[in-house]
Each structure stands twice: as C-alpha cells, then as structure tokens.
Write a protein that binds this ligand. Structure first.
Ligand SMILES: Nc1ncnc2c1ncn2[C@@H]1O[C@H](COP(=O)(O)OP(=O)(O)OP(=O)(O)O)[C@@H](O)[C@H]1O
Length: 405
C-alpha cells in the first residue's frame, strides 16, 4: 500500500482514501499513510452508501514520517520481528522459531498460558520471555515450584497470612499472588499440586481475589498465570488426579517446548553460546584457561539423546570444561562428563554406559587431587583435609594408584 500510494501520488492531482474498507488495523495504516506520505483526502462510506469526507485533525511532520514508515512496514509484514524479550532463548530451528512466534502472540494477548515439555527444555526461560514481552513487563514476575510446596504452608506461600494466624506468624506476610499483583505468577510443575490445593488455586483464579490465612477480608488481585509441567496433564485429567476445571482455566494458550533431540540442529549453536558463558564464568578462577570444543565433540553431542535436555547439556559442558586436560574439550571429555540417568538407561534393549566409567571416576579424582595440591602448596595433610579424606595416607594411596607420583 505504501508503494502504491507513493506511485499514485506522483501521477494524480488528488487521492481519496476510503477508511471504511478493511480491518481497524488497516484503517490506522491508511490514516497514517494518508496524513503523512501521500496527503490524501480521507473519506468513509455511510450505511446509506454515500461517501463522506472524514476530518482527522492531525498532521505528521517529516521527522515522524520516517519512523512511522518503519512501524508501518513492520505492521504490514507477515512475520513481525521477534521481541527482544526472547533474545536469551536460542531458537535456530524452524520448530523453535515457531514456538517463539506463538509465545510472542500469546504474550500480547494477556491470557493464561500452559507450557508443556520435558524437564530442562526451557519452560521457565520461556515463561520469563512471555512476561517480558507482555504489557506486564514492568510489573513483578514471581515463580514457584509447586512440587516443592509443603502442604501445611502452601496457603500461606500462595495467599499470605496475617500476624498471629498460626504459631510463628510474627508479622503479616504477602503471599505470591499479592507479590505478583499486576504482573505474572509462574506455577512451575503445576501437575504436582495436591487436589486440595488445586481447589484453592481454582477459587483464586475464578474470583480473582485471595484471602490471607487468618484473615476474613478478601483482596482483589490481577495476576497472569503461566503454568508449566513435564507431566501429561491430559492423562492426569482423565485419571482424575488433576481437576478438569482447573486444567481448562490454565490451558488457554498452550505451548509445547520440543525436546532437545527433536531440535538437534540447534545443538551446535547452543554449545557455542554455552561455551562462551562457561568461559566467561570461569574466568575468575586463577587456574582457568579459556577452552574451545572440538568438531567431533560437537558431532557427538548432536547424536546424543540428552534426556535432561538443555539443562543436561549445560551441566555436561561445565563438567567437561572443568575436567578436560587440554585447551580443547574432546569427544572423549564429553562422553566422560555425561553422567545422570543415562548411566542407567537402556538403549536398544541393552544397558549402556557412555564412555569409560572407571576412566571417568579416575579423571574426577585426578583433577580434584591436583587442585587440592595446588591449593595446599604441596602440603599433603592440608590437601587431604580439603578433599575430605581422613588422613594423608589415603591421599598417598590415591597418588600412587593414579600414577600422580
Ligand atoms: N533455548 C534456550 N537457549 C538457551 N538456553 C536455554 C534454552 N532453553 C533452556 N535454556 C537453559 O537451560 C536450562 C534449563 O531451562 P529451564 O529451567 O527453563 O527448563 P525447564 O523446562 O523449566 O526445566 P524444569 O522442568 O526441570 O523446571 C536453564 O539454564 C536455561 O537458561
């Protein structure tokens, strides 16, 4: 439309723009263009089919024209640029880019969101992104792990309490709903909530008000809920361990975070970013030297299944950087650094231990001993103590068996 108008305005003596046709967003674009670039006469159609002139008493300066045309170009483009709120989320694969586009749309809509996905797939970072991209960005973001809420304190943690409500309640306490008022409350692992708490949560969401423990008055709260779970909530609803009414209240905008294996093309980019972060973090350590990672290690990482997803990748890289001997993290360093449940996992029906388990244990021991000896400036008793060993004799045995002497 921008191009068309610019072309027509060169040719014609006068241009009329009818604001009635199209969506409200198109009307806004027409007014902006008509009052700035092409200086059109704005008209609209009456219900009787007549054309009447519209008076829009604004004029845009040349300065504004420049910025408005960028904004118009963005408005008109099919794929709006991604909000910087999601910058910390690596999304190189098509599947992740689509997830972020959905999340961005959801952020603007201010609806409850439900994030599904295996552990470590980035549900919490996504919740933060949605909050930052929303109109609530300058209001609080509070997060709670529902799986870690003690049953006897859950009311107080979520809804708060007044002084004297129970033994130990020495002063009034604002619960998470009140602390997040105006902003977002992230309910992580929502599938872990007991049925009793689910009822209380549902009530707070339905009525948009809370009652503190020990209080009679209610308080209105305006909180956007983003819930997350690695559980199959649909199944939980069908076997009645999760309330259906609460499910439908939370599952308005559902976003599924894909596992890392489902977006393995992203692994090299993630590794690159995580290595920069790890090197940066370790910089303060006096014995640390910056490390890079070999091509074969990256290829190994791309082929590995990462059951713990990005969290596991991050932890494994940290361990590999810490224990690797050279300046480059090798495939073997990475294999050795993979611990976690994969050690006991069954692959293709066969028990599989990635890498050499004894080698892995020896490497950990060697590095720990070397660091302890550095720290103790060669004093074996001090080094043994710092390693948690009972006496330096045990350290001597270790030094011998690991050929460090
Ligand atoms: N796309 C991504 N880009 C970069 N880092 C990411 C990405 N997704 C997740 N991470 C990082 O991976 C780690 C795990 O992410 P997060 O805690 O958000 O996962 P989660 O799905 O909420 O896990 P859980 O279900 O166990 O709570 C964090 O350190 C996070 O910063």
């Amino acid at each position: 439309m921008h191009k068309q108008l610019a072309y027509v305005s060169d040719q014609a003596d006068g241009i009329f723009l009818n604001l009635t046709s199209g969506t409200p967003a198109m009307t806004v674009v027409s007014v902006l263009l008509g009052k700035s670039i092409a200086k059109c006469q704005l008209v609209q159609t009456t219900p009787q089919g007549q054309l009447i002139e519209v008076d829009v008493p604004v004029d845009f300066s040349a300065e504004y024209q420049k910025s408005s045309s960028t904004a118009i170009a963005q408005l008109a483009s099919k794929t709006p640029s991604l909000n910087s709120a999601f910058d910390s989320i690596t999304a190189k694969s098509t599947v992740m880019q689509n997830v972020i586009k959905k999340a961005q749309r959801l952020a603007y809509a201010d609806l409850p969101a439900l994030l599904l996905g295996e552990s470590g797939t980035g549900k919490e970072v996504m919740a933060k992104g949605i909050h930052k991209a929303s109109l609530r960005a300058d209001k609080p973001f509070k997060a709670v792990n529902c799986g870690a809420l003690p049953e006897n304190l859950v009311d107080s943690i979520l809804f708060g309490h007044v002084k004297g409500a129970f033994t130990g309640a020495h002063q009034d306490h604002a619960g998470l709903f009140e602390q997040a008022n105006g902003g977002t409350l992230f309910l992580d692992e929502v599938g872990e909530l007991s049925l009793t708490v689910q009822v209380k949560l549902l009530r707070a969401l339905q009525q948009q008000e809370i009652t503190k423990v020990g209080d009679v008055a209610t308080k209105s709260v305006d909180v956007r809920i983003i819930a997350a779970t690695h559980r199959d909530l649909f199944k939980m609803v069908s076997d009645e361990s999760f309330r259906e009414d609460l499910f439908y209240r939370l599952a308005v905008g559902v976003i599924e975070l894909p596992s890392l294996r489902a977006r393995s093309e992203e692994i090299p980019f993630l590794i690159e970013e995580l290595m920069i972060e790890i090197n940066q973090q370790m910089k303060t350590h006096p014995l640390f030297e910056s490390k890079n990672i070999s091509k074969s290690a990256i290829e190994f990482a791309e082929a590995y299944s990462w059951p713990g997803n990005i969290r596991e990748l991050w932890n494994t890289l940290n361990r590999a950087v810490l224990w690797s001997e050279g300046k480059e993290v090798t495939k073997q360093d990475l294999e050795v650094a993979i611990i976690s449940r994969d050690l006991t996992s069954v692959n293709n029906g066969e028990f599989r231990v990635p890498g050499d388990l004894q080698q892995h244990i020896d490497n950990i021991k060697k590095s720990a001993i070397e660091s302890a000896m550095d720290y103790a400036a060669g004093n074996k008793s001090k080094a043994a103590k710092s390693l948690g060993l009972n006496n330096h004799q045990t350290l001597n045995n270790w030094l011998k068996t690991l050929s460090l002497e």
